[in-house]
Design a protein. Structure first.
Length: 373
């Protein structure tokens, strides 16, 4: 029997989290709809220990990230479980550009005196190290949502660790196929599994992956006490989605590279942010630390907010929608959302899906020409 560690990610995404190879067993863990279990077994109540379906997903994500995974009802429930584990008065360093929900949750906690927050440009390593010198938690996200900034994760993870801070990396955009922050010394990886892991825009889920079972124990306890538990159907669907993540990502990432190049040369676009472009400020860093440049990019429409809104209204194949990481290509003008004042008004964030790249390009080109005249 081949040891798991010999297998490549593409294979592990298929083999991990399966029922045992006992004759007659199903290949996939069924949807176990259970809260209550007969007494004296390993699990007596689902919130205390999980069901087979959650555990199958956790096993697969854990193998891919190289740690011990805990599934949650959403990415925000996963993030909240980590934040709740902080002592009162903790100091938290967070990227100035990162998922707005996490920033809002942190700001709410700060407003209630729960912790202190400082926001920093995490593409600026020296500034981040200075801000995090005495931090209790260094929260990292790379590439960031929505500016697609790239942080020096290997250096910042080991810096945080040396300084005694808890280091968390939101790995939603990169997925474990492109980077594995635990291998650089992060304590936790967080995912909105709603996005690339699920991959079909049909579920909400989150995952925390701890470095080892001891690191994940306090987060597992938060889930048990606060009850941010996942549903069985969602866990099943997320695992089913994860099986095709490598092949979806391969396709969408290749298309993202093509679209980024073409958008950069488009008269209706003033700037493209994608680390795969040689001119992008994050290019060298991403090339050094990531196994690919990902499927997320952002571009600024010449003509600003009104033109960007018109472009979003003008697409036919691409979908104007807020979420990302699905098989469908989606776009959104992010500055229209509250709390996004740092974002250029005409910036559109795009999550590239698995449609034919020429259909995507024809649609974007037409919508942009229509919007920018
Ligand atoms: N982290 C990132 C990078 C996200 O983009 C999101 C959602 O958009 C979240 C976390 C929150 O995840 P969820 O919406 O599953 O709660």
């Amino acid at each position: 029997m081949t040891d798991d560690t010999d297998l490549r990610f593409e294979t592990l995404a298929i083999t991990a989290g399966r029922p045992s190879a006992y004759p007659g067993n199903p290949l996939s863990t069924p949807i176990v709809l259970a809260s209550n279990f007969r007494a004296d077994g390993a699990v007596e109540y689902a919130r205390d220990g999980g069901t087979d379906t959650w555990q199958a997903l956790e096993a697969a994500v854990g193998v891919l990230e190289g740690g011990d995974a805990i599934a949650f009802a959403s990415g925000m429930a996963a993030a909240a479980a980590i934040l709740e584990s902080l002592p009162t008065g903790a100091s938290v360093v967070v990227p100035a550009d990162c998922y707005a929900g996490v920033r809002t949750l942190l700001n709410d906690g700060a407003a209630h005196g729960r912790w202190k927050v400082s926001a920093v440009d995490i593409a600026d390593t020296a500034a981040t190290e200075q801000a995090a010198w005495a931090a209790d938690l260094l929260w990292l996200e790379s590439p960031t949502n929505p500016l697609i900034d790239v942080a020096d994760l290997p250096r910042l993870c080991s810096f945080g660790r040396d300084r005694g801070a808890m280091v968390v990396v939101d790995n939603t955009f990169a997925t474990p196929l492109l980077q594995r922050p635990l291998s650089w010394g992060a304590d936790y990886v967080v995912h909105s599994a709603t996005k690339f892991i699920g991959g079909h825009s049909d579920l909400l889920m989150g995952v925390v992956v701890g470095r080892d079972p001891a690191t994940s124990a306090p987060i597992r306890r938060r889930r048990q006490l606060a009850g941010g538990t996942p549903g069985a159907l969602e866990s099943y669907l997320a695992l089913r989605g994860l099986r095709t993540l490598p092949i979806r990502l391969e396709r969408s990432q290749a298309s993202a590279g093509v679209l980024a190049e073409r958008l950069a040369a488009h008269p209706g676009v003033s700037r493209v942010r994608y680390p795969g472009l040689a001119t992008d400020p994050g290019h060298a860093r991403a090339a050094a630390q990531m196994a690919g440049f990902g499927s997320m990019l952002a571009f600024e429409v010449a003509g600003g907010a009104a033109a960007a809104d018109a472009a979003c209204a003008g697409v036919r194949v691409v979908v104007a929608a807020t979420s990302l990481g699905g098989v469908e290509t989606t776009i959104e003008r992010r500055a229209k959302l509250p709390g996004q004042e740092h974002i250029p008004p005409g910036l559109i964030r795009m999550s590239v899906g698995v449609e034919h790249v020429e259909d995507l390009w024809a649609d974007l080109d037409r919508a942009l020409r229509g919007a920018t005249g």
